[in-house]
Ligand binder design. Structure first.
Ligand SMILES: [Zn+2]
Length: 234
């Protein structure tokens, strides 16, 4: 499991790599592991995930469209205030009838193209070729699924259960992370809420390496092994 290091004043990725691995030259690999644009792409308070040294690979090419020096996606926010600051103030778009103001979707939602089709959980005769999600994480989801193919884990992704979906958290009066388009559900048939499920641990590790939180780590009836979300503390 990667361990988070919270970036402090004066930290550089080279210093963090030196302290964690005894090798400043692993800064670029650490940047790549965290989905950062380059070794300067850190801010105070940001969580940098530190995997085992053996897991650090040479830096990957930046996803197409990423500009030099600009991170292709924001770091995963922690808590409601940070989620709102990063992905939009959802409270201003909720209508009394339980539907979103259409501006929510036109301003914030986009589509991540999938490198392979995934059968729909609710109708396996059809497949998803893309994921409707927040526009800021579309390149991140594309990178994650490209990595899934690269690591030979395509077979672990059996069904697609949904990305963007305007709704409340199950049994609660606050918006689900699906409402921001920053969560996706996979393999729902065998990963019902409150169960241990059968999610492939290599898939979990891959998503977590990109900063996703896996609902299978939550406890009791909150346990949600089909669910991956790009934020924590919520
Ligand atoms: Zn979910």
């Amino acid at each position: 499991m990667p361990k988070p290091h919270i970036v402090r004043k004066g930290d550089t990725l080279a210093k963090i790599a030196e302290a964690a691995f005894g090798d400043r030259k692993l800064a670029a690999a650490l940047a790549a592991y965290n989905g950062l644009a380059d070794t300067k792409d850190i801010r105070i308070g940001q969580a940098v995930q530190l995997p085992g040294k053996a897991e650090l690979k040479p830096p990957k090419a930046r996803p197409a469209g990423a500009r030099a020096g600009v991170a292709p996606w924001p770091p995963a926010p922690h808590g409601m205030d940070a989620i709102v600051a990063t992905f939009g103030d959802i409270r201003g778009f909720a209508r009394d009838d339980g539907t979103p103001d259409p501006k929510w979707e036109t301003q914030f939602m986009a589509r991540a193209a999938l490198p392979f089709p995934i059968p729909l959980d609710w109708d396996r005769s059809k497949s998803a070729s893309g994921i409707r999600c927040h526009k800021l994480i579309a390149p991140l989801l594309e990178a994650v699924f490209t990595d899934i193919v690269g690591k030979g884990l395509q077979g672990a992704v059996q069904t697609y259960g949904g990305g963007y979906n305007w709704r409340m958290k199950r049994g609660q009066a606050k918006p689900s992370t699906h409402s921001w388009g920053i969560a996706i559900d996979l393999n729902a048939r065998t990963n019902a809420m409150g169960t241990a499920g059968d999610m492939d641990p290599r898939l979990v590790e891959l998503f977590e390496g990109y900063g996703f939180v896996w609902g299978g780590r939550w406890s009791g009836s909150n346990k949600d092994p089909m669910h991956f979300q790009y934020c924590s503390g919520y």
